[in-house]
Design a protein around this ligand. Structure first.
Ligand SMILES: *Cc1c(COP(=O)(O)O)cnc(C)c1O
Length: 384
């Protein structure tokens, strides 16, 4: 079975993890800050806070943004449930804005329509690695004084054009925070892991504290100015935080993986260009135009079946042939939990629902060989 995605771990990765395990720290060691520094540098952002998963990163970003009961945050239905769940964890309500049928990213006109008095944040998702229209989203957010949290879990290594310059997703040039995941199917892995990036020092400090139970040892943050707070043992819990820390040996793996990120992305792009070349013009598939001002990290490669009544049959035949296809994603607003608790209903995001009926994700990962890519194409063409 060719999986739809998988990690690439080599001997240097293993050596780095072993080194970290043999060191004095296995939880809160020096690799964490180093990983954060390298990640921030790679993206062209000031601060990075590494945490235990992409989901915990989203949760902390929502908390740092000040989301709470009574607030609303706008996101896309075509994402992993974790994006919208993070909004709910804070007590706020997720509101879904439909996708653009061509890019599958959140439609900026739909965002405008969903903004109300309670709206506090927008969470765009760079679906499959394709950057959203961040300049337009930043314009919208500025007008309504909203916070932007990019769910960039698909998009480590993606870039978009700003003027004549290319900027990396994660630079936070047009957002307050950006979130990454280091789950094994993503651009790089730390096993489980994630990070929040930001250029704002206030958010950075909040994120650090929330990652560690809401505790600070930084005397400039203390609320108690009495003399007993002068001892070196002293700490204060200023907010209700969590244990969302990442470990030192995971960070050691992250540092090692980050060195190979550009190679991974390059190989992903190569595979996608083979798929696109071989499948473009197939009259059984819906082709979408890719915008020219973006470079995708190519997190996933999906095809869209014109005759939706055939999607399931095609999917099953591919599985049977040993091709680990997937569907990304069942629209979040159609999940029973969302229907029950947020009165979400079928038909409310027609383009997302249409895309869902058409889509199949094909295997794509850096270690995939040309032979495997060709096998997928050959089998698919026969089945179509
Ligand atoms: C993977 C992913 C997440 C969650 O990340 P975890 O590290 O698995 O918690 C959230 N959003 C999107 C879009 C993702 O792809």
């Amino acid at each position: 079975m060719i999986p739809y995605g998988r990690q690439t771990i080599d001997e240097t990765d293993i050596d780095e993890v072993v080194k970290a395990l043999k060191g004095a720290w296995i939880t809160q060691g020096p690799s964490i800050e180093k990983f954060e520094r390298h990640l921030a540098e790679y993206c062209g952002c000031k601060y990075a806070v590494a945490v235990s998963s992409g989901t915990s990163a989203l949760h902390l970003a929502c908390l740092a943004a000040g989301l709470r009961r009574g607030d609303e945050a706008i996101t896309t239905p075509i994402t992993f449930v974790g994006t919208a769940n993070a909004i709910i964890y804070t007590g706020a309500k997720p509101v879904f804005a439909d996708i653009d049928y061509n890019t599958v990213n959140i439609n900026t006109n739909q965002i405008k329509k969903k903004i109300g008095k309670k709206t506090k944040a927008i969470l765009p998702v760079h679906f499959a690695g394709l950057p959203c229209d961040m300049q337009e989203i930043a314009n919208i957010a500025k007008k309504s004084r909203l916070i932007i949290i990019e769910d960039a879990c698909h998009a480590l290594g993606s870039e978009y054009k700003h003027g004549s310059k290319w900027v990396k997703v994660g630079s936070c040039m047009h957002s307050d925070m950006a979130v990454f995941s280091f789950h094994p199917v993503k651009s790089i892995t730390t096993g489980e892991g994630g990070a929040v990036l930001t250029n704002r020092r206030d958010l950075y400090k909040k994120l650090l504290m929330l990652r560690h139970h809401g505790i600070t040892k930084n005397s400039s943050q203390f609320s108690n100015r009495n003399s007993h707070s002068k001892g070196p043992w002293y700490y204060e819990m200023l907010d209700l935080g969590f244990n969302y820390r990442i470990t030192d040996f995971q960070s050691a793996l992250g540092i090692s993986q980050l060195r190979k990120l550009d190679k991974f992305v390059e190989r992903r792009r190569e595979i996608v260009s083979i798929y696109s070349k071989e499948l473009s013009g197939d009259d059984k598939l819906i082709m979408s135009e890719k915008p020219s001002h973006v470079k995708s990290s190519c997190h996933i490669y999906y095809i869209r079946i014109k005759d939706i009544s055939n999607r399931k049959k095609i999917f099953n035949k591919l599985l049977k042939a040993g091709i680990g296809v997937q569907v990304h994603y069942i629209p979040v607003h159609l999940q029973p939990y969302y229907k029950e608790n947020f009165k979400c209903r079928e038909g409310s995001n027609p383009y997302a629902e249409q895309y869902y009926r058409e889509t199949i994700t094909l295997p794509l990962f850096p270690d995939m060989t040309d032979t495997e890519v060709k096998r997928v194409i050959k089998v698919l063409k026969k089945i179509l």
